[in-house]
Each structure stands twice: as structure tokens, then as C-alpha cells.
Ligand binder design. Sequence first.
Ligand code: ZN
Length: 254
Amino acid sequence: MGFPKLTFPLTVDFSSAGYWIGDTGPYKYGAAVTAFFIGDVLTEHVANDGIPLMQELERYLRAFGGHLQPYVREEDNGSVAPQVFLDPGAAHANCDLCFAFHPIEEASIIVERCTFSSLRDFLYVELGKAILHGNAPRQCRLCGRWFLHEQGDRSIYCERVAPGEEIKTCREVGARAVFENKLQSEETWRIYKRAYKKYYARVMKGNMSREDFNAWVKKAAAKRDTAILLLESTKGAEERATLVEKLREELNRA
Ligand SMILES: [Zn+2]
């Protein structure tokens, strides 16, 4: 994908649908800040490989884009300083702005033409506009790498090849895992219900006492719930199948 190398001062034409850098574009809102988070070199000479700038932008993303759920990791780099909320102007960016016409195909549209003198100013504005549009960088729940989340897109996984896979993407593997999870937790309920019927039939026939049955129900339900919890935290397909089989055995003993 890659984002073009930028030189400053940088002139950007912002429209409602996307933006142009000089003649190239349109780019989606959030594309530049996502590329920067991924580690693309957007421009030469960024202090300390861009890490302080990255951290600063992540703070704004968390402060203003929290509703877009950009993070999967739990608060691992401290919480957002309240100053960002109390005095947002302190983090302002500078740019020169004029309205202009940007030619597209045979027409031209009115745009906000901004000239930025630094990468930080440009990315601050690009991130803010992305959040206003409902876009934001998001961290993949499977591989942890950043991807551009677009408005309305509910995926929590990226479309790169997943770790340990040759062709399948995180999105495919993730969707499959969620699906299998659901199937297996449904299977635990089915096992429980079948065993319940079996033991209840014994009570009806007088082969099992009510007290014994009630005690069985209590134990069986607890085992079922434990199995569901264990399934949620177990990744390997084989281990998961073993858990389901173990439950089947335990609920049908005696
Ligand atoms: Zn991923």
C-alpha cells in the first residue's frame, strides 16, 4: 500500500470524501496516520524515529476516538492525561488555510487547501479529520498491527496474512475462530441438555432419587459453565475438542 514520501511545506486539499496531496489522491482520512503507525517512513528527519510523535498521536486517538475502539491492548502505556480534555487547544496544530478549487476529471470541487510546515501538524489534522469521519487506525486483535478502520467497518482483524498462516488473513482466521467458538459453546449446551434428559428419565422411572438428580444438575451445570469459560481461553483446535469430549464423558458417567 505505502503512503508517498512527504516534503514540507506540504500542501493538502481536503474535501468531504478524501484529500489530495498535490495532484495525488484521493486518500482516505486516516490513511496517513495509519501508515505512520505501521512504521512507513513518511518523511526524513523525524525525531527519535517518530516514536514520541507516535505516542502523542495515540493519546489524541484515545482521547477523541475512544468511541471508535482503536485499541485491543489494555491501557498499556498509561492513561490519557486530563489536560487533553480540559485544554485541547494546548495541543493545536498550525497550518495556513484557504479555499480553492481542486480539479478532478473534467470538473473541479471546492476544497480546504492547507499548507503544513511539519509532519506533526499534518498528522494531527489528518487524525482529527479521520475521527470526525468515523475512521481511525485500529490495532488488529490477532496480530496487533495497525490497520485503517473505516466508518461502519466492524472488523477487529486486519487483512494481512495471519501469524503462522500462509494465505489466510487475520480477518479469515479471526472470523473462523469466533465461529468455532460459537459452535463449540453450543455443543456444550447440547451435551448438557441430552444428559439432563437421560437422568431425568431415570427419575421418572424410579431409578434415581430426586435428591440425587438435583445434586447431579447442580454439578453438571457448573461443569458446563466451566467448559464454556475454558473454551473461550483455549486457542488450539485439538485442545478445544478434548475439552468438549471431556465434558461429554463427565456428564454421562454412571
Ligand atoms: Zn492482523
